[in-house]
Design a binder for this molecule. Structure first.
Ligand code: FAD
Length: 444
């Protein structure tokens, strides 16, 4: 393959648009194919607005194409969690030991539009909306799309699938027998609800990510620039206590009055939102390989969709793009070398964040409200202050650094072991001192 042939990117979502920007910067002509119409001219589907927590990994990628400030202008910083118990007052838990580090609430649509604008402005990027990929020959790079005008075909030297969790590119590779996948769906789904502004002001503190931990269910709320909050309720999809169990407006009102009493006066459209907003599915996608013959590769959710409980899906997708760009650099734009290297570097990291995201669900829906958890967090922050740079919490490493996810898991394990050993040493020392005192007492 010659350098600088056209690259086809399938999916103009977050990863696809960023990828188009990075590739165009390297001098590649890029064809960006998207199944939907241009979102900049359309309306958001009801209950699918999704606001994201954008953190350091995502910002690092955006800084590299000069887009971070533009994106942050539409974002709201959240410096910690605000816990809402069933009764009693709210409690703020800072994300960082310094208290000033923040993750950023941004609408996925606004972020996507900013990236689309950036890609469209670059010479060499051609965006084809209303193009749904339905066929891909991984050996030739021939592509088939369904469009409102019927089927069209295209060809590309390299095809990058950035078409999300239900990736058609992945499906095609599966069909050719060159890839295997596993899909692990949670028995939880999610539904969006809204807290509008009150008298033009935020109804809750906009500087926090709000959490209502309820054990078997959980709700979170992130602020929007229009002073509303988008709430996401996570609950089992089936069973006696589940989305399926609330069949009437009265049942919905009763349920929220019992479990989320402080939400009820803030959400005047609660029943309507609940009845009409869809229930989304949640799951983890794993597949291997992520690339075939140095010609076709998967990026972002297409390769590794994860559950949203660490707020890292898009951040991780952006990191993929940065790593792919780095591999192209290191391999002199030789795709046949760069794509396998990209897979080697990213696969373990994607698996690490997939596991941490699943573990964080238990933490958010259950543990954050418990006194043991709060004490643990206080001890963690004390250690961070006492050992700056040597003891760093998992949350800070994931959200406020670009330390590879797999290294984060290893480092946190080492830190916990060291603290365990130190604690055992202190206990032994105290036991020794107490024993000596008792012996001395007996002698006296
Ligand atoms: P997508 O954003 O899904 O984009 C895929 C694109 O491909 C879409 O535009 C789609 O229309 C297009 N496409 C699909 N099929 C085809 C086809 N056949 N042909 C052509 N085009 C196609 N991440 C975070 O970082 N922080 C968060 O706080 C966070 N919160 C989340 C909350 C919820 C409730 C959910 C569901 C997700 C959350 N995420 C979060 C995850 C984040 O939304 C995803 O990881 C991110 O959108 C992945 O980007 P992507 O470009 O890989 O896929």
């Amino acid at each position: 393959m010659t350098e600088r042939d056209e690259v086809a990117v399938v999916g103009a979502g977050l990863a696809g648009c960023l990828l188009a920007c990075f590739l165009a910067r390297r001098g590649y002509p890029v064809a960006l194919y998207e199944r939907r119409p241009d979102p900049r001219t359309g309306r958001v589907e009801r209950g699918r607005s999704i606001n994201l927590a954008l953190s350091e990994r995502g910002l690092d990628a955006l800084r590299r194409i000069g887009l971070a400030d533009r994106v942050l202008a539409d974002a709201l910083p959240m410096r910690g969690r605000m816990i809402h118990p069933v009764s009693g007052g709210q409690e703020f838990q800072s994300y960082s030991v310094s208290g000033d580090r923040a993750i950023n609430s941004i609408s996925r649509g606004a972020l996507n539009n900013a990236l689309l604008d950036a890609a469209a402005a670059l010479p060499g990027v051609r965006i084809a909306f209303d193009h749904r990929l339905v066929g891909l020959d991984p050996t030739s790079g021939d592509l088939t799309f369904e469009t409102p005008q019927g089927k069209v075909t295209a060809a590309a030297s390299v095809v990058l699938g950035a078409d999300g969790a239900g990736s058609a590119v992945r499906g095609q590779l599966l069909g050719y027998g060159v890839l295997t996948e596993s899909l692990d769906f949670l028995d939880y789904g999610y539904k969006e609800l809204t807290i509008p502004p009150i008298g033009g002001e935020f109804a809750l503190d906009p500087g926090a990510l709000h959490i209502w931990p309820r054990g078997t269910s959980m709700m979170i709320a992130l602020p929007n620039p229009d002073r509303s909050f988008t709430c996401t309720l996570f609950w089992p999809t089936h069973g006696t206590a589940s989305f399926a169990s609330l069949g009437s407006p009265a049942a919905i009102e009763r349920h929220f009055a019992e479990h989320y009493p402080d939400l009820v006066p803030l959400a005047p459209n609660l029943v309507d939102d609940y009845q009409h907003n869809p229930v989304g599915v949640l799951g983890t996608v794993r597949c291997t390989p992520w690339q075939v013959d140095g010609r076709v590769a998967l990026v972002g959710d297409a390769a590794h969709a994860i559950v949203p409980f660490y707020g890292q899906g898009a951040n991780c997708a952006f990191e993929d793009v940065v790593e792919l760009d780095r591999c192209l650099d290191e391999c002199g734009d030789e795709w046949s070398a760069a794509l396998p290297r990209y897979q080697r570097r990213r696969q373990d990291n994607a698996e690490a964040i997939a596991r941490m995201a699943l573990a964080n669900f238990v933490e958010m829906r259950d543990k954050v409200a418990s006194p043991v958890f709060r004490t643990g967090k206080r001890i963690e922050h004390t250690l961070e202050r006492a050992l700056p740079g040597r003891y760093v919490s998992r949350y800070e490493l994931v959200s406020f650094s670009t330390t590879p996810y797999a290294e984060v898991r290893r480092r946190v394990r080492r830190q916990h072991q060291a603290v365990g050993v130190a604690a055992a040493g202190v206990v032994a020392l105290l036991a020794g001192a107490a024993g000596a005192l008792i012996r001395r007492g007996r002698r006296g």
